[in-house]
Every structure is written in C-alpha cells, then in structure tokens.
Design a protein around this ligand. Structure first.
Ligand SMILES: [Zn+2]
Length: 294
C-alpha cells in the first residue's frame, strides 16, 4: 500500500487534522541509510512530521527543514520537505540500537538526548523563518505540539509512531497533527482532547495496517467532518551529479588541483539520500577550466 496523507476539517472548520501513513517512506530511508532500529525510529518520526508540516506550506517552491539537535547517541536528525510531500533526511548516527526492553521506557528519549528542535520555513522571502523549542520529552511528537503553541500560537496535538522489528524491518509508520482553529468552542476543544487521550499507540495501529482514514475516525469520533485532500508521500532527494559539480566548482583552485593530481578523482556523497557521485580526473579538469575561464 502506497503512503499518503489526508487532510480534514471538523465541526464547520473549528478543528483541522492531517493524518499520514509513512511506512514505505521510512522503509526507503532505512534502506538507503542502512539504519539500525532506534535510528530508523527517530528518522521515521522526523520524516513523518516533515511531511505533515510540509503539507501546510502555501506555495510549491516553499520548503521546510526540521532539525532535532539532541546530545544523545543519535546526534542530529534532519528532515527536509515541500508542499508536494517529497521528503528527504538523515540521522547523524545511523547505527543506534537501544532496545526498549534493555534500556527501559525512556530508551528512545535517551537516544535523542537534550537539546533543541528547530523548524525552518523557506518561503522564498529574503530570510527563512526559524522557530525553535527545547526538547522536553525527546519523543519528538510532544515537542512539535509545543512548537505550534509557542511559535505559532495554534493549540495542536501531534502523534507519531514507527513500528520496527528487532532485525530492523519497518512494519508500520505514520502520524497526525490535529489543531484547534481560533474561536473554536470550548466543548469542541474538550471533546477533541478526550479523543486524543483515548488514541491507542500509533505504532501499533500502523503495524496493524490501519489506514489514515481509520485513525482520523478515532480523532474525530463524535464530530461531523469532511476529508478534503488525499496526497501521495515520497522519499525523494533533489540532488544530482550536476549539483555536486557546481559545489566542487566553488572550492579553491588548489583544492580542485589536489583532487586531480593527488586523488586522481573525487567522490561526493549526498547525506540526504546516500547517493554516490564519482568525478573522474577529466571531469575535474573540465570543472577547473570552466572556473578559471569565468
Ligand atoms: Zn541526495
């Protein structure tokens, strides 16, 4: 089943929700980055929330970057996405495995550690906008709820869940963001809160192949609601050999000469998708002569 996101509103627009299934996305990320279970769980959560928030961007050229900068063994966890729900990202240490049964229920938050979560929106303006919150639970989802409240003044609840077998097989992943619109009824707010608190563990629901529509029906139980959009979600990087050639061209001439004369070539590796690009001596000579002719 392909990954997708649905968006919906309830009670005449007083509440909105985005629900995502991201199993294939996390499988793909896990495969390209050779992720161990805890690393896959962490990157899976960040990529899921990148897609959920990417959906709220206004224009196709806008982009969103989420950086979870904790001091735990995972290191930085980065997700980048756009309005077309093309998502890419990486975790600094792909080989973290802290099984919950050995390290207790805080294994995941210990793996993330203390630090900050940054959200940068590049809306094509002069300066991108960056908001941040301290990592309080290390679970990421509640940090996102906190971000919405403190940076955007939107009361929100976020849920994220990734189910991974001990051998690293990704069996299910997904999440939701639900938000109260300004002027929402107190009764509606209380009812929504009850629904969110009653929500079973998302990792289990996605492992059982429950659909985003089913999860929405739990979030919006007792509400009148409409689903507005149904969009596919993909792990996709925008890198290319041409782009890396342009990056090499920005280096000093003597650095490029060293690649030619000492290394006899160069290799560029994209940290977002782990693609490897080889540059031969001839290609580097070309880059260097074009640089000099400028
Ligand atoms: Zn790439």
């Amino acid at each position: 089943m392909k990954d997708y996101l649905i968006s919906a509103t309830a009670e005449n627009g007083q509440v909105r929700a985005y629900v995502l299934q991201s199993t294939e996305l996390v499988r793909k990320a896990s495969e390209v980055h050779d992720l161990y279970p805890t690393s896959a769980d962490a990157l899976g959560r960040v990529l899921s929330v990148t897609a959920l928030m990417g959906h709220t961007l206004k224009n196709v050229q806008d982009s969103l970057t989420i950086r979870v900068m904790g001091d735990g063994p995972l290191g930085a966890i980065i997700g980048v996405g756009n309005r077309d729900l093309e998502v890419r990202g990486y975790v600094q240490n792909p080989h973290v495995h802290m099984p919950v049964d050995e390290f207790g229920k805080f294994a995941f938050s210990n793996a993330v550690g203390m630090g900050n979560l940054f959200i940068t929106k590049d809306l094509g303006l002069k300066e991108p906008y960056t908001g941040s919150v301290p990592l309080t639970s290390g679970e990421i989802a509640s940090d996102i709820s906190e971000y919405y409240m403190s940076s955007e003044q939107i009361p929100s609840a976020c849920g994220l869940g990734v189910y991974i077998e001990k051998d690293g097989t990704v069996l299910g992943s997904g999440g939701f963001i639900v938000q109260l619109m300004p002027g929402a009824d107190e009764v509606v707010a209380e009812h929504l809160e009850k629904n969110v608190l009653k929500m079973p563990a998302l990792s289990k629901l996605f492992k059982e192949k429950k659909s985003p529509e089913y999860i929405l029906s739990l979030l919006f139980a007792g509400f009148t609601y409409t689903i507005h959009e149904h969009k596919p979600v993909l792990f996709r990087c925008n890198c290319s050999k041409k782009k890396y050639g342009e990056i090499i061209a920005t280096l000093n001439a003597d650095e490029i000469e060293a690649m030619i004369n000492e290394d006899r070539g160069a290799e560029a590796v994209c940290s977002f998708c782990n693609a490897h690009y080889q540059f031969s001596e001839e290609e580097l000579i070309d880059i260097l002569s074009q640089k000099k002719s400028r």
